[in-house]
Write a protein that binds this ligand. Structure first.
Ligand SMILES: *Cc1c(COP(=O)(O)O)cnc(C)c1O
Length: 453
């Protein structure tokens, strides 16, 4: 058998998102107001985010947050997504491990990002907000948000990291198709952008800078809010539809995973697939291992520090307690643009600090090698981001083979790579590098951080 799909029906689309914070013994530390160093009040965030999203962000008590019918109605366009037993990939690896993947690449924009974009657009619209701003790295979030904004009749401006604006012009085309305005970041349209462009005219941008620009524009525009595609608790919350569906589908397959793997940018697809399973560790004494696969060139979980830091480069966001490389960290220009973020979400940071999750780092060339093997075995060309998860799965499958044990591995295929083929071209041409970051490289952005913890 080449492959086997486990499919749910529309009625199986989850009716509530899972808020893991309610079940955590050690809850994440509170976000702080950077001026006073006091815990943030919800009102502090009102100028930036929709109120319903702030309530989700700060909710520490309710394990289940109902999904409004209008959102489930939109989810029906592509959800439930398939769970696939990757027989072809198992065979290619000659491993006794059983490998399953949740295929989030089937969304209209090709990634998991739409799960949260739809929800964020809905709550903004419901509060009478008319304009939204956001940032995008590789363009996946921008594409998802453009689609969602159009669906709910919102005007959207997207700051796109300049290196991706140039490397990935087709994602820009997708955003424009759905009516969004796309601006290369850093730009001259904001104070944050002008500052960095005058200091470093050749700067090709980072997610941190693009976030600063998007927040600045939101604050200056009437009836406008900012939306973010990863890192924040409410974004991870929305992504738990992935794991909640996968839980039912693994039961259909008659298995329960020993290991759950996802790639790691800010943590939304990782938390999305892992938290519903981790819940059983917390509430029923299961012991599934969950592994976050981050790029060696942006290694916040494996080499960063646990500290309060800003979520953006200019320092407009609250202080968030997280594993960070420092908000001024400028990651090397790897092709997995969606993983080039300096920090990890606060829930995942706390879980990592408490040893409840694992993190591994993956080199760029290993990710592409894994991607090609997977594509040939399973007929799907994975996104460069997702390929980091695949490389981590290969390690686990090889370990199972060495140890001669059967092991069930579930991973999230966060997106397809059909709009990232220029990156594949560079790989085939031998133009891609592994970036080795030295301790000195990391110290440049970590050492200047204020030591609050
Ligand atoms: C954005 C993105 C990621 C990384 O973001 P997370 O919030 O860490 O999930 C991973 N895969 C794809 C395809 C993406 O678009």
């Amino acid at each position: 058998m080449l492959t086997k799909k486990f499919l749910l029906e529309e009625k199986d689309i989850p009716t509530a998102w899972y808020n893991i914070v309610a079940d955590m013994e050690n809850k994440p530390l509170p976000p702080l107001n950077p001026a006073t160093k006091q815990p943030l009040n919800p009102e502090d965030l009102y100028p930036v985010f929709a109120k319903a999203l702030i309530a989700q962000e700060l909710n520490r008590t309710d394990p289940w947050i109902e999904i409004p019918d209008e959102i489930r109605e939109m989810y029906r366009i592509w959800r439930p997504t398939p769970l696939v037993r990757a027989y072809g990939f198992e065979k290619a690896l000659d491993t006794p491990a059983h490998i399953y993947f949740k295929n989030e690449s089937v969304s209209p924009v090709g990634s998991h990002k739409l799960n949260s974009a739809i929800a964020q657009a809905y709550f903004c619209k419901k509060e009478g907000i008319t304009n939204i701003t956001t940032e995008t790295g590789a363009g996946q979030w921008g594409a998802a948000m453009s689609y969602a904004a159009k669906a709910f009749g919102l005007e959207l401006a997207v700051y796109m990291v300049k290196i991706s604006y140039e490397q990935k012009p087709y994602r820009r085309s997708i955003m424009q198709t759905f009516g969004a305005q796309v601006i290369a970041s850093p730009s001259m349209s904001t104070k944050a952008g002008r500052k960095i462009l005058t200091e470093q005219p050749q700067y090709m941008g980072s997610l941190g800078t693009a976030i600063s620009e998007a927040i600045e524009l939101a604050l200056q525009t009437p009836n406008c809010r900012y939306v973010l595609g990863s890192v924040l608790n409410h974004v991870v919350l929305h992504q738990t539809v992935i794991g909640l569906e996968a839980e039912k589908q693994m039961a259909m397959a008659g298995e329960y995973p020993d290991v759950v793997v996802a790639c790691f940018g800010g943590g939304s697809n990782f938390g999305g697939i892992a938290f519903p399973f981790l819940r059983h560790n917390f509430t029923e004494g299961k012991d599934v291992r969950v592994i976050a696969a981050e790029p060696s060139s942006c290694p916040k979980l494996t080499r960063g520090v646990f500290q309060y830091d800003f979520g953006d480069e200019a320092g407009y966001t609250p202080f968030l307690p997280m594993y960070t490389l420092g908000h001024t960290f400028a990651p090397p220009h790897i092709h997995a643009g969606g993983l080039r973020y300096h920090g990890a979400g606060t829930i995942i940071s706390q879980l990592n600090k408490d040893g409840l999750i694992e993190a591994v780092d993956i080199k760029q060339l290993d990710a592409f090698k894994a991607a090609v093997l997977f594509a040939q075995a399973e007929s799907i060309i994975p996104a460069p981001e997702s390929s980091h998860a695949i490389a981590a799965v290969i390690r686990e499958a090889e370990k199972a083979k060495e140890e001669g044990v059967q092991k069930t591995i579930l991973f999230n295929l966060s997106g397809h790579g059909l709009i990232d083929l220029a990156s594949y071209d560079s790989y085939f041409a031998g133009d891609l590098l592994n970036y080795e970051l030295t301790e000195e490289d990391l110290a440049k952005s970590i050492d200047p951080l204020e030591k609050i913890l």
